[in-house]
Design a binder for this molecule. Structure first.
Ligand SMILES: [Fe+2]
Ligand SMILES: [Fe+2]
Length: 203
C-alpha cells in the first residue's frame, strides 16, 4: 500500500461544498462508530475509506463508463440502470488501480451503497456512517440516527448495530420498491443476514 497522509487524500477530492461536508461528516461518524464497535481497527483506514467513498459521486454516467473502461471493466446493463451504484464501483476502482490502496479500503468503498452480508468491520462502519452522518438532514437519516441511538441504550452495542443495520436495509429496500428501481442482491442478502443475527442473540 502506498503511503498517503490524510491531507494527500483530501487533496485528491474534487467535490462540491455540500458533498465535501457530507464526506467529512461520514469520516467523523465512521471514526465514532469504529471506536465503539471495532476499537482494534486501523483508524487511518477508517478515515481514508470515508474520505474517498463518494469521490466519483458527482461524475456523469459517461465519466463512470470512462473510468471503468480505463481499467478494463464493463458495466452490466443492470448496473447501468442503477446509476447511483456506479459511483461506489468507480471510486473503488480508482482506490484499487490508481491509488493502490489496501483491499479492505477498496472493498469498503465498493460496497458502501449496497452493503452486503457478513460485512467486514471497515465495510460495516463505512456503510452505516454514510447513512447516519450528521450533515444529512433528510427525515429518513435523522430517524435512523435516532433509532440507532435509542437501540444503543437498550442493547449491547453489537446487537444495537445489527438491529440498526436491518432498519437501514429495510428503508433502502422499501424506498427502491416505491420508485420501481432494481434492488441489488447484496442489499437483500445483507438485510436477511443482519435480521437473522438479531434472532441468534435471542431477541
Ligand atoms: Fe455514496
Ligand atoms: Fe456518501
Amino acid at each position: 500500500m502506498k503511503v498517503y497522509s490524510r491531507d494527500d487524500i483530501i487533496n485528491l477530492l474534487s467535490l462540491s461544498p455540500r458533498r465535501f461536508e457530507h464526506t467529512l461528516g461520514t469520516e467523523r461518524a465512521a471514526l465514532e462508530l469504529a471506536k465503539l464497535h471495532h476499537p482494534d481497527i486501523d483508524m487511518e483506514k477508517v478515515s481514508f475509506s470515508a474520505l474517498l467513498h463518494d469521490m466519483t459521486k458527482e461524475y456523469s454516467i459517461e465519466d463512470h463508463i470512462a473510468v471503468a473502461k480505463k481499467f478494463g471493466i464493463e458495466f452490466s446493463p443492470e448496473e447501468l440502470r442503477s446509476p447511483k451504484l456506479l459511483h461506489s464501483k468507480t471510486a473503488s476502482y480508482i482506490c484499487r488501480y490508481e491509488l493502490k490502496l489496501s483491499e479492505d479500503i477498496c472493498d469498503a468503498v465498493f460496497f458502501h451503497t449496497t452493503g452486503k452480508k457478513e460485512m467486514l468491520p471497515l465495510e460495516e462502519i463505512l456503510y452505516f456512517s454514510d447513512y447516519i452522518e450528521d450533515t444529512r438532514k433528510d427525515e429518513e437519516c435523522i430517524e435512523l440516527r435516532k433509532n440507532y441511538l435509542e437501540l444503543l441504550t437498550k442493547n449491547e452495542p453489537r446487537l444495537a448495530l445489527d438491529k440498526a443495520l436491518v432498519l437501514s436495509f429495510n428503508r433502502t429496500i422499501s424506498g427502491l420498491m416505491k420508485k420501481d428501481h432494481l434492488i441489488d442482491k447484496n442489499t437483500i442478502d445483507a438485510r436477511n443476514y443482519y435480521l437473522s443475527r438479531t434472532w441468534k442473540t435471542g431477541v
